[in-house]
Ligand binder design. Sequence first.
Ligand SMILES: O=C(O)c1cccc(C(=O)CC[C@H]2O[C@@H](n3cnc4c(=O)[nH]cnc43)[C@H](O)[C@@H]2O)c1
Length: 249
Amino acid sequence: MVVQAEEGRLITSAARAFRVLVATAVPAERDAVARAFTTDSTTDVTGDSTVDVIAAGVGPALAAASTATALTTAALKGTPYTLVVSAGIAGGFQPEAPVGSLVVADEITAADLGAETADGFVPVTELGFGTVTHRPPKSLVRDLTAATGARTGAVLTVSTVTGTAARAAELRARHPRALAEAMEGFGVAEAAASHGVPVLEVRAVSNPVGPRDRAAWRIGDALAALTEGFGKFAPVLESWNPYDDPHDR
Ligand SMILES: O=C(O)c1cccc(C(=O)CC[C@H]2O[C@@H](n3cnc4c(=O)[nH]cnc43)[C@H](O)[C@@H]2O)c1
């Protein structure tokens, strides 16, 4: 397995070869994920699995553009990715996703892609356009959840970080299964879908979704949870057969 972040590279063996692109928003998240794979203890050069970790930018549009570029570049080189993962820190809906907990999305939903009407929010799908939800491969979500002890549920993608209890309640009323909100998952998923590649979203909770208190965000704890969670990924990826686990291409 080869892992490449800006400063990290690791080669190890793999039962089933995989080529994974992990897209975080910022470099601190990228490094937290890469740390999970770059240990000195694994150095077998026979494997051909790859994990590339990129800081794709904040927000769904930049995340989609950066992810699509990485996917196209790999495909043109003849080494296409087999899985894309949107990863990073997130706000957690309380009490289901406490600060420091890990969430693996079984649904990646754009929560503010639509129209505001006198009768409330209407998603673009009800206006006759596009999609608002991508669903990661079920068996992979199940196995990763079991391996990491993560919670599983919907992760919302928003362009505006929730800052009031009223907005948090509105989102939960519309998405009762939502465990977390972040700003990139849907963009990464759209890029992956356009390449026919399955997608995951993995988030570590740094703050509650609700009244804004940026000073209280526990970023260090969340980054540590991200590293710990990704540290348990490799064996699950090695035993995952994408062909047994169709996704919404
Ligand atoms: O300042 C730092 O050291 C630092 C380190 C790592 C990450 C950050 C970020 O600010 C990341 C922004 C990123 O986090 C997601 N996020 C986190 N909490 C929420 C939330 O409550 N609602 C929506 N998004 C959230 C989001 O994906 C941002 O892109 C700083």
